[in-house]
Structures are given as structure tokens and as C-alpha cells.
Design a protein around this ligand. Sequence first.
Ligand SMILES: CC(C)=CCC/C(C)=C/CC/C(C)=C/COP(=O)(O)OP(=O)(O)O
Length: 375
Amino acid sequence: MTQAQARPAGVRPSTETLERRGSITTDRDGGPGPLDGPEAAVILERARATVDPELRAAVESLPASLRRITRYHFGWEHADGTPAAGNAGKAIRPALVLTAAAAIGGPRARAAAVRAAVAVELVHNFTLLHDDVMDRDATRRHRATAWTVFGDADAILAGDALQALALRLLAEDPHPASAAAGARLADCVVELCAGQQADTALEKRGPGEVGLDEVLTMAEAKTGALLGCACALGALYAGAADEDVVALDAFGREAGLAFQLIDDVIGIWGDPGHTGKPAGADLAARKKSLPVVAALTSGDPAAAELAALYEVPYDEEDLQRTALAVERAGGRDWAQAQAAERMARAMQELARAVPEPEEAGGLLALAEFVTRRSN
Ligand SMILES: CC(C)=CCC/C(C)=C/CC/C(C)=C/COP(=O)(O)OP(=O)(O)O
């Protein structure tokens, strides 16, 4: 099913519709003006504007030493402590929390779910800080990663502090759903850790020793779990029925897997000007990303060439050859088709929880965004 087909018929919400269901607000409350760009971009921008004050307040509550690292990580400060323009990321996860809440319970539910959205964004950034240390990634969001500036220990501890702030935010929230949300977020952190552990274990194995199913399972835990949790938290804060919370969690997970598939494609063929990461970093690190494992297990003659390249350390010369071998063995096409398939499943779950297309439009737009993005 194509993405266009996946969108339920007749869904092209107007600015008024988006306002009514709470996905956006106009400048009456100081938010962005009327819808003037792609819907997802407006929703993401609005989510960023909604969560940033609480996110900053949470970070300001940290001791000075940890505050410095986290302010740098969010792009609010340079390494020397002077103010920076800020690049705290795309805000996909807080947008999912707020938009899921709005889809079920309208603008009031969206407003009630702000702390949950901040908590999810804090957990996401905890994982990024740790992931960069483990992967030895030197660049994130177009800047040097925190561990390269402050060292491994400080980056890890700043990540730990963000996770603690997330759980404290929910613990202090008087909303009736906050305890269930806290438990769900804690379970999600455990799943993220298991996914990350599976990933590091896979990286130690040879190119011929990794199966596609186990990489998909790992990616669902590492990436899908938090997107699913974000949607579930929004639904919980809106007072959704249990089965709708489950369906929205599944929607987020499937969209999350599509997101990881596209992230892996971008990691190989993306434009570094957009991604903020060096070209081919995943191939250079010999990462067993989803397109690579799909290619390795394809049975295509190009798979043998790819396996041979993956057996030896990275050499600048072979970067293009490696990307070409993944493509020739079908890894790129498979990842794109699999992302479309996951999107179709996500749409089914969304229709179960939010059958009214007008209400589902914001979540649909975000899911489409993750499979269309270029960074
Ligand atoms: C426990 C542990 C260390 C787990 C690691 C989990 C992990 C980092 C998974 C990768 C998820 C991912 C694609 C992040 C980029 O998100 P994004 O493109 O939305 O980032 P942005 O906030 O910069 O936009």
C-alpha cells in the first residue's frame, strides 16, 4: 500500500479542524499562526513550543555541573557556556504524546498531557546521550556529541539525570493518569535498554551470523517502544479506554519501526547536510543496520561481496562500493517496502483507536512525516 493510499479517504484537515482537535492553536494563545506549511511541520513546531519551557525548567533544576552538559546537549549553550541558538531535535515524541491526547480528548487533554510529553522527550535525550557514548558517534544534530566535549562519564551521568527528571515530573504530576504513565514509561526504559543491549550484542557477531527477524525485533525495542509509549501516554492522559491505549501504543510502535527503517536508509544514503552526521557513518562502523542485514540475507550475489567488505575494517575507498552492494542486494528497496508495510499496519491500529478521520489526522500526518523525512 502506498502512503497516499494509507491515508483514510477525505483526510486533509483544515486549520480550523486542527485547532478544534487541539493539534495546533493559532496566535490567540501565543502559538504559531494559522496553518501555512505541511501539517506535520506545524504540529512539530507547536509541540516544541509547548514543551520547551517545562523542558528548560527541568534542566535548570539540575546541579550546575550536570546542567552545563545537558544545556550543551540540547543546543542551548556552546561548550564554553555561552548561549547558542538551540537545536533540541525534531520533537517527534512529545508531538506524539500531545497529538494522541488531542485525538482522544481534544485541546483540554492536550494541555493536560504536557508533563508527559516533556518526560518522554527527557527519556529520549537520555538514550541519545548514552547511545552516542556506546556507538562512539562524534556528531549529533550538526554538533559535536556531549561525550566528545565533556568525556564519557559526564555524558553518561547527564543522561542518567535526564531519566530521573522524567520520572520525577510524572511522580509530581497530580493528573490521575500520572502513576500509570510513570509505570509505563519505566517499562519502556527497560525495553529500550534491552533493545540497545541486543544491538550491541549483534554488532559483535559476524556479518553472516545475524538474522533479519532478530534485527527487526531489536529495532522495535530500541526505537518503536518509545514512540509507542509516547502515544500510549497521550491516550492515558486523555482517559482513553484500555483497548484504545493498546491500539495507539501499537500504532506508535509500527510507525517507530518505519522511522528506524528510514533512519537506517538515511544513515547510508542521506545527505550529511541534512542529517548532521558524516556520510556513510553506519557503513564505516560496519553497523548491522536493517538495510544491511536485509542485503546480507537476500541470497543475491551482491550479498557475498557485501559480507566480504564487512569482514575487513573500513577503508574510505570502499564506502561507495559497500553502499552499492547493499543497494544491489536489495537492502534499500526492502527497507523502503518494509517501512510502507509498517505504516499500513500503523494505519490499521490508528483506525481502531481513532476511527473518525478528522480526529486521526494529526497522528496520521506525524506517521507520514517519519517515513518521508530526510534527517
Ligand atoms: C538505552 C539506550 C541507550 C537506547 C538507545 C535507543 C536509541 C538511541 C535508539 C535510536 C532511536 C533514534 C532513531 C533516534 C533519533 O531520533 P530523532 O531523529 O527523533 O532525534 P532528534 O530528537 O534529534 O530529532
